[in-house]
Design a protein around this ligand. Structure first.
Ligand code: A3D
Length: 311
């Protein structure tokens, strides 16, 4: 049986880590693609990860290329092509450059692998995943954006730190757009089944929510150049694994809503079940008035960026 073929579009900080994590999980054979000027860099990363295999024991092939033909019949694409933020920039500042790149990538993915499952990571995320879907014409279950998985993971890690308990026992979701308007649903968060709101007082919880909203920027500021890459890579790998291994994980992802949560025609972070069919369904639930108003606010922010794409 053939191994799944995983194509990573963009072999920078996140792309390199995606390659390593995909190999270590033996999700499939990995090809890292980048622009011709960076072909040596992705071929070098592929060799380096190949030479890690004797120590770790994975049996997959890893290669680098700048030739789209090498990506023919790939099963999964994870797209990080574009530029990341610099200190002082917000994600929307990346729109013009990354939109041009995304349109080109969507055309090529469609040409090489029209049946693939596509995970978009490039920012501004909600507009980039929208653009990929529009340009490629892929069915909605085959295109998804990675953001909620990362934002929820960040929220979980801050709660674990606050309560000095295992992050494994913290369950929570962050919905909405991947920006400062994201919506951590504190009402439904639990720690080993115990409601989070019974464990942390409202004022402190609000501080943790705010830190979650600006967690990406906190890292950008510390780095001084570029944005987070370890946790974003692992978040996307969880989504790819759920598709490749039909795990049916429920992960907050930017999925195309067609009526769910009263949202129509936009990709936005909602709880999404990922199986071998792709985004098989969105799990809808009743929101309270505050959550509805926050989701509406984040939707307006997403709409504004999407409108700027002109698509
Ligand atoms: P970086 O290390 O700069 O890698 C981007 C790579 O894309 C570089 O190697 C470029 O050469 C390559 N590239 C540029 N144009 C093309 C093209 N046309 N085809 C193929 N490759 C190309 O950035 P990074 O890996 O740190 O971040 C990548 C993207 O992810 C950025 O847009 C970030 O803002 C975004 N990001 C998103 C999240 C989310 O949670 C959604 C988190 C962190 C970063």
């Amino acid at each position: 049986m053939n191994k799944p073929k995983i194509a990573l579009i963009g072999g920078g900080q996140i792309g390199g880590n995606l390659a390593l994590l995909a190999a270590q999980k033996e999700l499939g054979d990995v090809i890292i693609f980048d622009i011709p000027q960076s072909e040596g860099m992705v071929k070098g990363k592929a060799l380096d990860i190949t030479q890690l295999a004797p120590h770790d024991g994975y049996d997959v092939s890893i290669s680098g290329t700048s030739n789209w033909d090498d990506l023919k019949n790939s099963d999964v694409f994870i797209i990080t092509a574009g530029i990341p933020r610099k200190p002082g920039m917000n994600r929307e500042d990346l729109l013009d450059i990354n939109l041009g790149i995304m349109k080109d990538v969507a055309d090529n993915v469609k040409k090489q692998s029209p049946d693939s499952f596509v995970i978009v990571i490039s920012n501004p995320l909600d507009a980039m995943v929208y653009a990929f879907h529009k340009v490629s014409g892929f069915s909605k279950n085959k295109v998804v954006g990675m953001a909620g998985a990362l934002d929820s993971g960040r929220f979980r890690s801050f709660i674990a730190e606050e309560l000095n308990c295992s992050v494994q026992d913290i369950s929570c979701m962050v919905l909405g757009g991947h920006g400062d308007t994201m919506v951590p649903i504190t009402r439904l968060a639990t720690v080993g089944g115990v409601p989070l709101e019974d464990l942390i007082d409202p004022k402190r919880l609000e501080e943790i929510v705010n830190r979650t909203r600006f967690a990406g920027g906190e890292i950008v500021k510390l780095f001084g150049k570029g944005s987070a890459f370890y946790a974003p890579a692992q978040s996307a790998i969880e989504m790819a694994e759920s598709y490749i291994r039909d795990k049916k994980r429920v992960i907050p992802c930017a999925s195309l809503c067609e009526g769910e949560f009263g949202i129509n025609g936009y990709f936005i972070g909602v709880p999404s079940l990922i199986s071998s069919n792709g985004v098989e369904r969105i799990l809808e639930f009743e929101l309270n008035d505050r959550e509805k108003s926050e989701l509406n606010n984040t939707l307006e922010a997403v709409k504004k960026t999407v409108e700027e794409t002109g698509l």
